[in-house]
Structures are given as structure tokens and as C-alpha cells.
Design a protein around this ligand. Structure first.
Ligand code: HEC
Ligand code: HEC
Length: 241
């Protein structure tokens, strides 16, 4: 009988503790983290098919690379910086602003005649912040702001004609194929028989082509994500598709 009573007491106590924890907002934060982790790789919050995961690694790219080198920098330890960078290099105060600006640029419902979409939903931003600032993704609680790469000099036409298409195929699978599926099922158009010149392809990759498609402009690859040598080779590959 005494045992039974103790059991009841334990139940009541743990129930009370759970309520307390709820009141303190702990499980709410955990729920945000779980939701944010899912949203990072989900097309659910995207009207364009582009997800965070297409452009940013959400793991330690140096230690455990997957087969992709994405246009955006990895999100490992991104959670607690003193300053953030928008896609065009503009400085931003908070990680919330950085996430919202990516969503407006590439993911939310497109507005006519611009490359900006509708504002991002506040709860999506909050959930993604919880994930990016979590112990799992930002264990160091601190890291240096990104330095913008200002060098946008294009290789000459002669250099562009020297690329090697067979090396370029490897670069393509690493850096382009995540978005440009051959069957056209990705968030970006298939590049089979694209009809672009080498120069036009290179300009697109370096973000110097002003025109986009359906209210979207491709994210650029700066030289620390794709070297000039890799650019020459991938251009040779895409040119002969
Ligand atoms: C189409 C590509 C693309 C998509 C999609 C995208 N981003 Fe970005 N994002 C960028 C680029 C480019 C930058 C500029 C800094 C860089 O080069 O990483 C950036 C910057 C950021 C930054 C600031 C990084 C820093 O250290 O200053 C954060 C945080 C971020 N993005 C999070 C997200 C999240 C979360 C999503 C999904 C909701 C997302 N991004 C979707 C390309 C993208
Ligand atoms: C994060 C997704 C993403 C990645 C990675 C990506 N692209 Fe794109 N690309 C796009 C989108 C979206 C468009 C359509 C908008 C535009 O033309 O700017 C596009 C358009 C293009 C076009 C013009 C196609 C047309 O039919 O108008 C070319 C050429 C191109 N990309 C080449 C490349 C190459 C080469 C790479 C790899 C170095 C690459 N892209 C990586 C998203 C991506």
C-alpha cells in the first residue's frame, strides 16, 4: 500500500515539474529547434523549390563533407556572430535578418517585376534561428564574421576556352547538380542544350549576369567557394552539354 502511494506521489511531482518546464518555455524552444531542423531541408516553406540546404551545409563541412560544395557558406557555428552578411555582402545586425533576407530573395512567393519575394513568416525565422543557434550546430557559441570577397574580375575569353570538360564534370556534380538536375526536376532549369556562350555561363556563376528567371536570380559562387580553375573547367563542361 505504501509503495502504491509513493508511485502516485512521483506521478504528481513529475507532472508538476513538466508544467513548470513548460511555463519556463524550455520545451517550446526545443520544439522550435526540431521544427527549424526540419525546415532547413524542406520545400514546405519555399514557393520556388529552393531550400536552405541547397545553398548552405548544416554540418561541419571541413570535418564531414558531403559530396557538395554549395554557393553559400556553411552554417556550422554561425549562430553567435557579431555581424552577418546578406547575399550581396551588405552587413546585417542579426541572424534573424540574415535568414529573412535569404527567404525573401529565394524562397517566398515572388512579387512581379523584382527579385524580391513576400516577407518571411516570423515563426519560420524563429524556428530556424533556434536550430542554427542550437548546441548541435553552434557548439562554439562564437565565430568570426564572413569577410566579403570583392574580387569579381572575370577570366579572359582565351582563359575560358582552356577549360577541361572532363574535370568540369566533377565540379558540376559537386557545385551545380544539387540544383540543376538533368531531367529538369530540380529548383533550377536543366542545362542540357542551354545555348549559352562560355562567357555567359561564367558570368552567371560569378553573379555578373543581371537577368534571372521567374523572379529568381542564381546565387553567385565567390572564389573561396569555386576557384577560377574550377570555373574554367565547369564552363567547358556546361558549354558542351
Ligand atoms: C539560393 C541560395 C541561398 C538560399 C536558398 C539560402 N541562402 Fe542563406 N545565404 C546565401 C548567401 C549567398 C549568403 C551570403 C553569405 C554567404 O556567402 O554565405 C547567405 C547568408 C546567410 C546567413 C548569414 C551568414 C553569415 O555568416 O553572415 C545565414 C544565417 C543564412 N544565409 C541562413 C539561411 C537559411 C536559414 C536559409 C533557409 C531559410 C537560407 N539561408 C537560404 C545563400 C542562400
Ligand atoms: C542553389 C541552386 C543553384 C546552384 C547550386 C547553381 N545554380 Fe545555376 N541557376 C539556379 C537558378 C535558380 C537559375 C535560374 C535563375 C537565373 O537564371 O539566374 C540558374 C540558372 C543558371 C543558368 C542559366 C540557365 C537558363 O536556362 O537560363 C546557367 C548557365 C547556370 N545556372 C549555371 C550554373 C553552374 C555552371 C553552376 C555550378 C557552378 C550552377 N548554375 C549552380 C540555381 C543554381
Amino acid at each position: 500500500m505504501g509503495r502504491q502511494k509513493n508511485k502516485w506521489l512521483l506521478w504528481v511531482l513529475s507532472g508538476a515539474l513538466l508544467c513548470l518546464a513548460f511555463a519556463a518555455g524550455l520545451p517550446a524552444k526545443d520544439a522550435d529547434l526540431v521544427a527549424g531542423k526540419r525546415l532547413f531541408r524542406s520545400a514546405e516553406i519555399s514557393e520556388t523549390g529552393l531550400m536552405c540546404w541547397h545553398c548552405h551545409a548544416d554540418f561541419n563541412e571541413k570535418k564531414t563533407p558531403d559530396s557538395y560544395v554549395r554557393p553559400g557558406h556553411p552554417m556550422y557555428n554561425v549562430g553567435h556572430k557579431s555581424k552577418y552578411r546578406r547575399w550581396d555582402g551588405a552587413p546585417l545586425q542579426t541572424i534573424d535578418d540574415a535568414i529573412a533576407s535569404c527567404m525573401i530573395r529565394w524562397m517566398t512567393k515572388r512579387k512581379p517585376a523584382s527579385y524580391d519575394g513576400e516577407p518571411a513568416q516570423k515563426h519560420h525565422v524563429r524556428q530556424l534561428v533556434a536550430y542554427l543557434q542550437s548546441e548541435e550546430l553552434s557548439p562554439e557559441q562564437k565565430s568570426k564574421p564572413l569577410e566579403p570577397i570583392v574580387d569579381d574580375k572575370m577570366p579572359s575569353d582565351r582563359m575560358l576556352s582552356l577549360g577541361d570538360a572532363s574535370f568540369g564534370g566533377v565540379v558540376f556534380r559537386q557545385s551545380c547538380g544539387i540544383c540543376h538536375k538533368t531531367e529538369g526536376t530540380g529548383p533550377a532549369p536543366s542545362l542540357i542544350r542551354n545555348g549559352y556562350s562560355r562567357y555567359q555561363i561564367a558570368k552567371k556563376v560569378r553573379g555578373l549576369d543581371e537577368k534571372g528567371l521567374n523572379g529568381l536570380r542564381m546565387p553567385l559562387f565567390s572564389k573561396d567557394r569555386l576557384s577560377d580553375r574550377q570555373l574554367l573547367n565547369v564552363v567547358a563542361y556546361v558549354y558542351q552539354l
